[in-house]
Design a binder for this molecule. Sequence first.
Ligand code: SAH
Length: 341
Amino acid sequence: MKRNLFNLTKEDLEAYFLSINEKKFKATQVYEWLYQKREFNIANFTNLKKEVRDQLLKDFTTDLISIEKKQEDNLVKKYLFHLFDDNYIEAVVMFHDYGASICVSSEVGCNMGCKFCESGRQKKIRNLEAYEMVEQILVIEKDLNIRLKSVVIMGIGEPLDNYDNIVNFIKIINDSKGIQIGARHITLSTCGLVPKIYELAKLPIQINLAISLHAPNDNLRNSLMPVNKVYNLATLKQAIVDYLHVTSRRVTLEYVMLDNVNDSIDCALELASLFKGLNVYVNLIPYNETEAQEFKRSSKNKIMAFYDTLKKNGLNATIRREFGGNIDAACGQLRGSMKNK
Ligand code: SAH
């Protein structure tokens, strides 16, 4: 069966060329066609001999996932993609003053089961292959005729539950002959799969790590995030400390503000005492209410009070600017609305 060419890291492609008795620099030429010239028709790779192109055509496709639906306003464009096996995934583009960023999905569905999250209600069907993540970027860049500045792996799915494909995806988009997204412009968000955080720390490409924390103690976190029963806060904190030590990169702690659940001043004090002194900052996320969930968004006043308490107690914090609330852009909602049809 043919493989998708966008699934291959440059090293994979070099190994392929060696296996067909060709020089490995041809991998760089192919990468230049795909990612710099954006020529996806292998027959047009004119600096490769005809026989090599024919062999590539026999072994690979460059088929792209297709746009099923698009919703947009000024700051956000949200895409629903149709995959080759008739599954659907979503990606969101956000426009900032420094350029556009994309939030990519990493799995079809998600098994983490966080109580407040729409994606978690739709069980994981399968991992995404690296090419399906790469193509979220390529198809959107083509559709909008732009180049994306940064990539956040924060869409549907738990990226560290699809570790090998995620690492290949990161290698492909970070490659100097590939899409050329710098490591500092790539962020991976995880609910806290501790063993994989230790692995990620050793990756030569040092990306930004965001941890979905959402609670400052095990009792509360257990009630919101089943993963905490496997890797509790102390274990998770130790993995964060290790990540900081190995990479010297600041870690983001995401904290979604749920009314009367995790937004009290006591919670803020507990959070500050747990993490102060470490090179982390807390990103407070106004909860995107969904029809299916019982959770409510904290009021602006409560978010501000929480923020002030963190700051006064030595923990850096920001409040996430809101995107896409009015176009179903919150995690899993577009795919969810598709399924209900
Ligand atoms: N599984 C990964 C990445 C996907 S979720 C993770 O857990 O980090 C991306 C982020 O969106 C997580 O922090 C998640 O907790 C948060 N989130 C989920 N549903 C949300 C909602 N309705 N409103 C705001 N944030 C939400």
